[in-house]
Write a new protein. Structure first.
Ligand code: SF4
Length: 379
């Protein structure tokens, strides 16, 4: 299970504080970035092999960012060649994050190149289908380009995941409903995306929006508005046949993200590239070594820590209960204080899933919106 971080974006979105560097269309740093990845892979070859040999490893590659689709095809192929040597992949999931404007500008030959490199899942940052909101977000595409990119991707044998953002004060409930309707019913009778990730807008201190908010120039949407829009989302996607399998993620049956689902189970993974994190097993087999690369395009350094028992316990609860399968009842009870689980079961904030002896406990969909508060009571 390999993650690779591409630290380049053509422009910065208002709300984002991910590590990324502004880049030109054909930036000279792309090649030095790949050189740095090659050096990192060389220095971590044994660690990568050990991670891939673990019994619970999943056969996935995920290239995220930043904006991986800014990379020219030749650079992308070089990256895949490096990954293929160090971390051979079978027929498992290979996801690449893209932005609509790159897909439209680069056209079918580019998508064909991604598919030939083995990509079988594309995650596209659409975020909104309202041009005013997209401009406010400082996105480079408009709604027409998002639709054109979707149309183009649909002519290739790839799963499509679409990212959306809700909870903007300037996005009315009607506009949000219309957005969902357009995503679920693409023009031209195309099949809707296999997967949808929908995130509530959050204020990140390091983002342009965070700075504006700190100066009193931005007011967040109310909790009630966010709640209403989350309910509209769950309702529309549920009716359209999507499984709400994680707080922010919905999939048509059989199209759940294999890579991200493994994160939620705390499967060890290797993160390559500037700013990327890894989770590695300790000699006792428990994933408790967390390491991360510093945020420079080249010459990035690796740091790390050993997670304490308490850190591991907290992560298992926080990640496991974000999913619709939750955690095995016995595990959750062992991880939490006596009485805590029963109190939340009695209030409906937790519910049983499955039957004994494999009974599990989850946060029901009706309480996903308040999952942070529920988790806080358990950790
Ligand atoms: S949201 Fe994506 S495209 Fe926008 S700045 Fe962040 S990483 Fe770049």
């Amino acid at each position: 299970m390999i993650y690779l971080h591409v630290p380049f974006c053509r422009s910065f979105c208002t709300y984002c504080d991910f590590y990324s560097e502004r880049c030109a269309r054909d930036d000279g740093r792309f090649d030095t970035f790949v050189d740095a990845i090659a050096a990192e892979i060389r220095s971590r070859r044994e660690e990568i092999a050990a991670c891939l040999a673990a019994p619970d490893n999943v056969d996935t590659w995920y290239i995220g960012g930043g904006t991986p689709s800014v990379l020219p095809l030749s650079v992308f192929r070089r990256l895949c060649g490096l990954l293929g040597e160090a971390a051979p992949r079978g027929t498992g999931e290979f996801t690449v994050e893209v932005n609509p404007e790159d897909i439209v500008e680069k056209g079918p030959a580019y998508v064909q190149g991604l598919v030939e490199a083995g990509v079988n899942r594309i995650s596209m940052g659409v975020q909104s289908l309202d041009d005013g909101i997209l401009r406010w977000m400082n996105r480079r595409h408009d709604a027409a380009r998002a639709a054109a990119a979707f149309r183009l991707l649909r002519s290739f044998p790839v799963d499509i995941s679409v990212d959306l953002i809700f909870g903007l004060p300037q996005c009315s409930d009607d506009l949000w409903k219309e957005t969902l309707d357009r995503v679920l019913n693409p023009s031209g009778g195309l099949r809707p995306p296999e997967h949808i990730s929908a995130y509530q807008l959050t204020l990140e201190a390091g983002s342009a929006l965070g700075v504006r908010a700190a100066k009193g120039q931005w007011q967040e949407a109310t909790e009630e508005q966010c709640r209403r829009q989350y309910d509209l989302l769950c309702d529309a996607l549920g009716r359209a046949g999507y499984r709400h399998y994680e707080v922010s993620n919905f999939a048509l049956p059989g199209h759940e993200a294999v890579h991200n689902s493994a994160y939620w189970r705390r499967v060890p993974y290797i993160g390559l590239g500037p700013g990327a994190h890894s989770l590695l097993a300790s000699p006792d087999g428990i994933p408790r070594r967390r390491c991360w690369n510093s945020c420079q395009v080249t010459d990035y350094a690796r740091e790390g820590e050993i997670l304490s028992e308490e850190d591991v316990r907290t992560e298992r609860i926080m990640l496991g209960l974000r999913t619709d399968t939750g955690l095995p009842e016995a595990s959750l009870r062992a991880l939490t204080a006596p009485g805590a689980v029963d109190r939340l079961l009695a209030s409906g904030a937790l519910a049983y899933a499955g039957t004994a002896p494999d009974r599990r406990i989850r946060i029901p969909e009706s309480h996903f919106f308040t999952s942070d508060a529920i988790l806080l009571e358990l950790v």
